[in-house]
Write a protein that binds this ligand. Structure first.
Ligand SMILES: Cc1cc2nc3c(=O)[nH]c(=O)nc-3n(C[C@H](O)[C@H](O)[C@H](O)COP(=O)(O)OP(=O)(O)OC[C@H]3O[C@@H](n4cnc5c(N)ncnc54)[C@H](O)[C@@H]3O)c2cc1C
Ligand code: FES
Ligand code: FES
Length: 476
């Protein structure tokens, strides 16, 4: 790496559309800027530059076990350095003689008006078709949840999705067979079948410099300090492949670089926390969830970080590492004050470890925001409750948006232990939670509103988890 006038350049190898390239560039440059300014691939649009609109979506493919997992991501907040070793495809790389399958259906329904959002839609739908073997309208709609059309062409976009999924409802479970079907149907160009071989041949060079900033998915950093990033040497978590979820006899261990979408799709997580998959759609958009990491959410230390609130209730421990020194900190002790955490700047969260639920354990997450989807919380809350013969033997409750830090409600959690679940106990827990917090007035709501909201969320937790014991009508 040459470090000249604080702007460094390194060689980054990846496959861009159908070509293996070596970019000599600043690895903290956004992928969007590289694609548009250096490669003149202008189908990738630059609009909000904050991950909110999806106009800059590109397809990223990561090679794993002989096949490539494709996802759509927002390139405006994606570090170029994280593209190393991957396949990046833009609309230019999906074009074929005439229109491709998805473009055809958009054109047939006039689903492109000004066309600014259209490339992003085509990219997200291509990822959807590459990653699934069965296609239905509902799933196609979820796949484009982070793509916004300012012309309100939603009616025609919806019709295009219906037509697409009606025309092609199944593909193959087998990856190679699916690629062949998608090529035959003109969803993707033929060169996609050669990509696994191309990626296998790329060496994964380790960047050996003294790093100044840790970058996970970049979804927070590229919104908060995009300019400052250009002058810093990065440590990319992506290179350490901390993207795993495993279980031991008594724990579930999640690598710090695991993305929200990987957690939502994990068999282990779904086995122990079946509601998690449904809850995850309340967090950001799929475009962001494909990239945002669990450790990034925890270190971000936002008082309303959704994953943080969930892992506070789950009593997670954080395994931190710097050089060869390791230590473990309970997440409940990690937050010292507003955006003040028990971590050295270059210490990384290698793993997040949660106790494996045993016995009669139930978990729930609630989030209230101005919009149901694609919005940050006004107040959010999680609960983990273990009962034995109807008596609570273990409880963990957390709440966001009610204090300068993501808040563990210790007093209310302790209050619940030894109690039998009843309307009166839930009412008392709700009062206790409201007493335990000190929210402030802000754009998400007044302090009084947030207190009330948390009280209601405590009731909602119990109504959701114990409908046979709780009469919600009597609690409101
Ligand atoms: C459009 C949009 C919508 C969003 N919606 C939501 C939402 O609904 N709910 C929500 O909670 N958040 C939301 N976010 C915020 C963001 O996606 C999350 O905070 C995300 O988890 C950050 O993870 P990251 O890997 O992208 O972090 P980065 O941006 O890479 O890093 C964030 C911080 O964590 C540090 N860091 C990253 N990885 C590690 C590691 N392994 N060890 C140590 N330090 C590390 C970085 O140095 C930095 O300080 C949204 C963001 C965007 C852009
Ligand atoms: S430009 Fe809007 S999400 Fe990237
Ligand atoms: S067609 Fe214009 S933004 Fe969607």
């Amino acid at each position: 790496m040459n470090k000249k006038n604080s702007i460094m350049k390194i060689e980054i190898k990846f496959v861009l559309n159908n070509e293996l390239i070596t970019a000599e560039a600043n690895p903290t440059m956004s992928l969007l800027d590289f694609l548009r300014n250096e490669k003149h691939l202008t189908a990738v649009k630059s609009v909000c530059r904050e991950g909110d609109c999806g106009a800059c979506s590109v397809l990223i493919g990561r090679f794993n076990d002989g096949e490539i997992k494709y996802q759509s991501i927002t390139s405006c907040i994606y570090p170029l350095g994280n593209a190393a070793g991957k396949h990046i495809a833009t609309i230019e790389g999906l074009n074929q003689p005439g229109l491709n399958f998805i473009q055809y259906h958009f054109a047939e329904e006039n689903a492109a008006q000004c066309g600014f959002c259209t490339p992003g839609y085509i990219i997200s739908l291509t990822a959807f078709m590459l990653n699934n073997s069965g296609y239905n309208y509902e799933e196609a709609e979820k796949a484009v949840a982070g793509n916004v059309c300012r012309c309100t062409g939603y009616g025609s976009i919806k019709r295009a999705l219906h037509n697409m999924t009606d025309e092609m409802s199944v593909s193959s479970e087998d990856y190679n067979q699916r690629l062949k079907t998608l090529i035959d149907k003109k969803v993707i160009p033929e060169y996609f079948s050669a990509i696994p071989q191309m990626l296998e041949n790329i060496a994964h060079d380790k960047v050996d410099v003294e790093s100044e900033i840790v970058i996970g998915g970049g979804t927070d950093l590229y919104v908060q300090k995009p300019d400052e990033l250009h002058t810093l040497s990065p440590l990319f978590i992506e290179k350490s492949r901390l993207d795993y979820i495993k279980e031991s006899a008594d724990s579930i261990i999640i690598g710090g670089g695991t993305t929200f979408e990987e957690i939502a799709g994990s068999e282990i997580i779904n086995k122990f926390f079946p509601s998690f998959k449904k809850d995850s759609v309340l967090i950001a958009s799929r475009l962001i969830r494909n990239v945002a990491t669990l450790a990034g959410n925890i270190v971000n230390a936002s008082p309303i970080g959704d994953m943080t609130i969930i892992f506070l209730a789950l009593n997670a421990e954080l395994k931190l590492k710097i050089n060869e020194t390791e230590r473990t900190v309970p997440i409940r002790n990690f937050y010292l004050g507003y955006k003040n955490i028990d971590k050295e700047p270059m210490e990384i969260i290698e793993e997040i470890i949660i106790p494996k639920p045993s016995g009669n354990v139930k978990f729930n997450f609630e989030k209230v925001s101005k919009r149901t989807h694609l919005d940050i919380a006004s107040v959010n809350s999680s609960i983990l409750i273990e009962t034995n013969n109807g008596t609570i033997v273990n409880a963990g409750i957390s709440a966001g948006g009610v204090a300068p830090v993501p808040k563990y409600l210790e007093k209310t959690s302790v209050f619940l232990i030894g109690k039998e679940i009843s309307n009166n106990v839930v009412l008392a827990a709700s009062e206790s939670a409201m007493d335990e917090i000190t929210p402030i007035d802000d754009v998400r709501g007044s302090a009084e509103y947030k207190k009330l909201l948390l009280g209601q969320l405590i009731k909602a937790h119990f109504a959701e988890l114990f409908p046979e014991k709780i009469n919600i009508g009597e609690l409101i």
